[in-house]
Design a protein around this ligand. Structure first.
Ligand SMILES: *Cc1c(COP(=O)(O)O)cnc(C)c1O
Length: 400
């Protein structure tokens, strides 16, 4: 009753851009979410790779509450302490020497793409403006970010789009090399395709791209908005691949649920942004930066990444056992706590059934069941999900 009321009210006033599940969440704690009837769910989505430390993490809550009572916002005409503490951490923990703080993934990518063009002009190569991205990629919903995105359905109806974007298949170095021409400025990609179905790079793919970029004077931009901040069992996914980009974008997990984004760059590239060339009112605002600092300190605590790797390996094993046991499952992919179970048939019904049973999971590209749990998830939660999945997949086996 009460649920129907809230949902009816929502559907009268919110723009209809999402097909939401019929749940109204009111509270979270660790890996659990609670709806307004008090039903408890185990969260295997973490707000799409956002609440990496789980819900209502005490250290983050404390940082937010403390900062909210002190100073929330002053704008970037001034300095504040939390943004400096955050930028210092990002620089110390990555390849980067400079950081631009913003509010979302699309905004970070938009800024990174502006910086690419500025950089090539600064280097005396104004003819280089094209950006090569991957088919199946996702880079956000603003005009340039959706144009960079290698999925037609994201672009439909928004033409004319900005020009200068070229898409090549993921994991195809030859196609990539063939797509580079005199006008190419940069190659931008997710180290693991997230929305594109949790697709991992083949060994040597990222290294090959790095080599190509260095040889041809192109910038390498990694969109680690989904893969970054511990998701794949290392602080940044590219660190496990032995490559270093010229630029990286972050958002999602950066402030454990508060809106935050960042562009990270080498000193050489960052030089191209000069006073007045880019900006954003809320970027690095003290409230959000304080949450991000608390989040970072927890993620980089000794042993945290090892724990993510261990739990991820456990989860992967369990999913592989399910895939072996069920004809309705095709393959399993995963690294750290970014995992997928590819099904033969559309997964939407399964996602609905799991929600009914108290598990929040997501599907992407129709048939890919995707798992992005809080990084603090434990084997006991994974066991309960896999038990539920076992029963549901058995039903699907019969239907197929
Ligand atoms: C979510 C996502 C984005 C867009 O982030 P928003 O904060 O929704 O704008 C961009 N790139 C990747 C890889 C993402 O997963």
């Amino acid at each position: 009753m009460a649920t129907e009321n809230w949902i009816e009210r929502a559907d009268k006033v919110l723009m209809q851009t999402y097909s939401r599940a019929p749940v109204v969440f009111v509270r979270g704690e660790g890996v659990h979410l609670f709806d307004e009837r008090g039903k408890r769910y185990v969260d295997f989505l973490a707000g799409i790779a956002v609440c990496n430390l789980g819900h209502a993490h005490p250290k983050v809550a404390q940082a937010v509450a403390g900062q909210a009572g002190k100073l929330v916002h002053v704008c970037n005409l001034f300095y504040t302490q939390p943004m400096i503490e955050l930028a210092e951490r990002l620089v110390a923990g990555s390849f980067a020497e400079r950081v631009f703080l913003c509010n979302s993934g699309a905004e970070a990518n938009e800024g990174a793409m502006k910086l690419i063009r500025k950089y090539q002009k600064m280097k005396g190569r104004p003819e280089r403006y094209k950006i090569i991205t991957m088919k199946g990629s996702f880079h956000g919903r603003t005009m340039a970010a959706l144009t960079a995105t290698g999925q037609d359905k994201i672009k439909q109806g928004f033409e004319p789009l900005p020009n200068g974007y070229v898409h090549v298949p993921f994991n195809d170095l030859e196609a990539l090399a063939g797509a580079v021409d005199e006008a190419t400025a940069a190659i931008m990609l997710e180290p693991v395709l997230g929305e594109g179905g949790v697709v991992f790079p083949e060994p040597g793919f990222l290294q090959g791209i790095r080599r190509l970029c260095s040889e041809r004077g192109l910038l390498l931009i990694l969109d680690e908005i989904q893969t970054g901040l511990g998701r794949t069992g290392s602080l940044f996914a590219h660190q496990a691949e032995g490559v270093s980009p010229d630029m990286m974008t972050l958002a999602k997990g950066l402030a454990n649920g508060l809106p935050a984004g960042a562009i990270l760059a080498t000193e050489e590239v960052a030089q191209a942004f000069t006073p007045g060339s880019h900006g954003t009112t809320f970027g690095g605002t003290p409230l959000v930066a304080a949450a991000a600092v608390a989040t970072w300190d927890e993620l980089t605590r000794p042993g945290f990444m090892e724990q993510v790797q261990r739990t991820g390996a456990y989860f992967l094993d369990k999913l592989e056992a399910l895939a072996r046991a069920h004809a309705s499952a095709v393959t399993v992919r995963g690294r750290g706590l970014m995992l997928a179970l590819a099904l033969k048939a559309p997964a939407a019904g399964l996602v609905r059934d799991l929600l009914e049973l108290g598990f929040v999971v997501n599907c992407t590209q129709e048939t890919i069941l995707r798992f992005l749990p809080p990084l603090i998830i434990e084997p006991v939660h994974i066991d309960s999900l896999c038990q539920a999945l076992d029963g549901l997949l058995a039903k699907m086996d019969k239907e197929s």
